[in-house]
Design a protein around this ligand. Structure first.
Ligand code: HH2
Length: 262
């Protein structure tokens, strides 16, 4: 999954695209490089980010989707209105980082469209989530949350086979808690749905490679983390540099199979 943030303030690529045409071109290049889907987002969820108005989110996202008609697009939104209009323009998946808590109507919209849905764990909300993350056991709490949200989504009409789960790396977690979630990812994988991870360029990896001041991780660090998550059962990877991840994960998968041929 390639990341296309159409936000001025995303932590890693904020303001990268001046126009919908530039964002759409970046998305096409990611798909050509092997991405299965591109994730278009109009509201930053970086730590400290303020919410944007629904109108601003629509104004950022819809023009990009209009240019990408027919291509596999996911939309990173937690608002039913944005989801509904995005799916009407051909989006195939909604990536809801609030796991249907901000706007429960997202479930019905996804169900009606027959689309895919990603449910992500977050403790708190982006504005304050990194203030004081606290867990007794981060892995079992995240897993229980995702199990509950999965049941909720299914009860609201989204078929289970359409749902993926995401531990929410960096969303109300310390660096050590993020690493622990990847280390024990088998607990989340054991829920029985495909697991998506977003590790690309996140500050936890920058802490490992660059000391305490580093904020944005390198792509080499990101690829290393993705392969570690793959080895523990992750099957979807939300990444900025698609080509590097496709090559690295293709090799990791070939080792898993013991065969060059897929
Ligand atoms: N991470 C970000 C945004 N959306 N969605 C899922 N499912 N999983 C993630 O880990 C995830 C996500 C944050 O990264 P980015 O999009 O690069 O930055 P921002 O939130 O500032 O737009």
């Amino acid at each position: 999954m390639g990341v296309v943030n159409v936000t001025p303030d995303s932590f890693s690529d904020g303001g990268a695209y001046d126009s919908p045409e530039q964002a759409a071109e970046a998305a096409r290049l990611m798909l050509a490089a092997g991405a299965a889907v591109v994730d278009v987002g109009g509201e930053s969820t970086r730590p400290g980010a303020e919410p944007v108005s629904p109108d601003d989110e629509l104004r950022r996202v819809l023009p990009v989707l209009e240019l990408l008609g027919g291509l596999p697009v996911s939309v990173d939104t937690s608002r039913a209105e944005v989801a509904r209009r995005s799916l009407a323009l051909g989006a195939v998946m909604i990536n809801d980082v609030t796991a249907l808590r901000r706007d429960p109507d997202v479930a019905g919209v996804v169900a009606d469209a027959g689309a895919d849905l990603c449910l992500m764990h977050m403790q708190g909300e982006p504005r304050t989530m990194q203030a004081a993350p606290h867990y007794e056991d981060v892995v079992s709490e995240v897993a229980s949350f995702l199990e509950e949200r999965l049941s909720y989504a299914v009860a609201a009409g989204v078929p289970e086979e359409r749902i993926g789960l995401d531990p929410g790396i960096g969303f109300g977690k310390t660096p050590d808690q993020n690493l622990e979630l990847v280390r024990r990812l088998d607990r989340i994988v054991g829920i029985g749905r495909p697991v998506l991870v977003g590790l690309s360029r996140k500050s936890t990896l920058a802490r490992v490679t660059g000391g305490s001041g580093a904020r944005v991780a390198t792509d080499a660090a990101s690829v290393g983390a993705a392969v570690a998550a793959f080895d523990r059962g992750a099957s979807l990877f939300r990444v900025h540099d698609v080509r590097l991840h496709v090559e690295a994960l293709a090799v990791a998968a070939s080792v898993e199979r013991g065969s060059v041929e897929p």
